[in-house]
Design a protein around this ligand. Sequence first.
Ligand code: NAD
Length: 482
Amino acid sequence: MKQIRNYVNGEWTTPKGKDGQEVIDPGTGEAIAQVPFSTADEVNAAVKAAREAFPEWRATPPVTRARYMFKLKNLLEERFEEAAKVCSQEVGKTLEESRGEVRRSIEVVEVMAGIPSLMKGQSLEDIAAGLDCVTWRQPIGVFAAIAPFNFPFMVPLWFLPPALATGNTFLVKPSEQVPLSQQMVFEILDELNLPPGVVNLVNGGRDVANALLTHPEVNGVSFVGSTATARHIYAEAARTGKRVQSLGGAKNYILIMPDADVGATVKALIGSCYGCAGQRCLAGSNLITVGDVHDRFRDAFVAASKNITTGYGLEPGSQMGAIASRRSLDRIRGLIETGVKEGAKLLLDGRQVKVEKHPKGFYLGPTVFDEVAPTSTIAREEVFGPVVNLVRARDFEEAMRLVESSPYANAGSIFTASGKMAREFAYRLPASMCGVNIGIAAPMAYFSFGGARTSFFGDLKAHGPESIDFYTDRKVVSTRWF
Ligand code: NAD
C-alpha cells in the first residue's frame, strides 16, 4: 500500500509519529494508502527549513518568482488527468468534478504569475516640501495552510501560489483523510527546483495543525474547515499573534422567485445541491420557494433529482460520486433521520440508493425534504451531503427574514427575472458570495473567496487581491534627501 510521505527542505521523508490512519477510497470502501502522522520534532524541522529559506526567497525578484508560477502551471497541465484521477479516488467525487477542481487550482497559479504587477505599492511625491513617500509590499515570513477533506487538490492551492509569489515560504498540512492529492502537488513542486525549504508538506491530524498554529516561527495561518475548528484556529492565532484567515462551514440559502424560469433554475440547482455529493461549502441547501412557485418547482426538482445516477466517481456515467467517508455518511444519514422525526416530508430518500458494483462504497443518493420548518435541525445545521430542504415563504420579505436569521453566511443565490429583486437580494444578503441566477456563486481566482458571520473568521479572504494583502506587509517609506 502506498505510504504517504512528508516533503521538508527539498527531501522526501516518512513521518515517524506513532499515530496514523488508512486512506480509504470512498467509492469502494477499500484502503488505498497509509498516512503516518508527523511528530512535533518533524513539524519543528519543517518550520525551521521554511524559516531558513525565507531570506533568499524573499530577495528573489518578483519577476523570477512569477516564472516559477509559469513553470508550475505547465507542470500541472502536463499531469492534469492524472491529478483529477487521484483526487476522485481519494475523495469520491466524479472525474468531471475533479477536473473542475484541478482547473480552479491552476487558475490561482495563473493569476499569481502576474505578481510583479499585483504586488506593486503606491507612491506620492511632495507629501511635504521635498519629501516623497512610497509603500512597498513586503513578504512576512513563514505561512501555513491547514486544509479540509472536500477539495484535497484545490484548497491548499488557494494559498500556496499567492504566499510563494509574494515571497513567503510555506507549509501545507492536508486533511489526514485525503493526503494523496497533495503528495502529487508536492511531486510537481519538487520538479520546480525551488530553493530547499520554500515549500514543505507535513502530514498529520489535529496535533500537527495545532503545532503549526502555535509555533512561534510561523507568522500566519490560512485555514479551511468546519466552523468549530475555524473558530478555534482564529482564537489561537490571535492568542499567538499570527495573521489568520479562517474559513468555516456553511448553510446556503437559495431563493426561487415566482417569476423564475423553472426549467433553467432546476438545472442550475441540481448542480448546486448535488455537485460533489453536496460536500461543498457553496452547495445549495435550503431552497426557499417564494409565493406560488412552490409546487411547480418541487415537481420539476424532484423529477430531475430522481434522474441522477449515483456511482463510482471514476466510472463513466456516474453523475454523483460517493460521500467522502464512512463517518460523514453516518452523520448525514443521522440528520436525514432527524429531519423525518422533526416532521419534514421526505419526498426522495437517498438512503435507498445502492451501487451494485461497489457494495462497500459510501453512497447516498439525492435526498429531498419538503415542508421543512425553518427552525428545524436540518434547516439550521450544515448537512454537507446531497440533502435538499424545500422551505416555503409567502413573499420576498419572509424569505429574507429566514436568510438573515442564519448564523452562517457563506453564499446565497436568487433565481428571478426581476432586476429589482435581484438587486435587493444582493444588497441585503448577509453572505459574501452572492449569485443571481447562478447555483454556485464561486469567486474565480482573480476575485477573493470567503464568507461572513460563522462562515469566516478574519479580514482578508482567500486568493485574488485580498491574498496579496494577507501575505504582505505594507511598509511606508518617507524619504528626504539633503
Ligand atoms: P475539519 O474542521 O474537521 O478539519 C479541517 C482541518 O483541520 C483538517 O486538516 C484537520 O486535521 C484539522 N483539525 C480538525 N480539528 C482540529 C482541531 N481541533 N485543532 C486543529 N486542527 C484541527 O473540517 P473537514 O471536515 O475536513 O471539512 C469540512 C468542512 O469544511 C465543512 O464544514 C465545510 O463547509 C468546510 N469548508 C469550508 C470552505 C469555505 O470556503 N468556507 C471550503 C471547503 C470546506
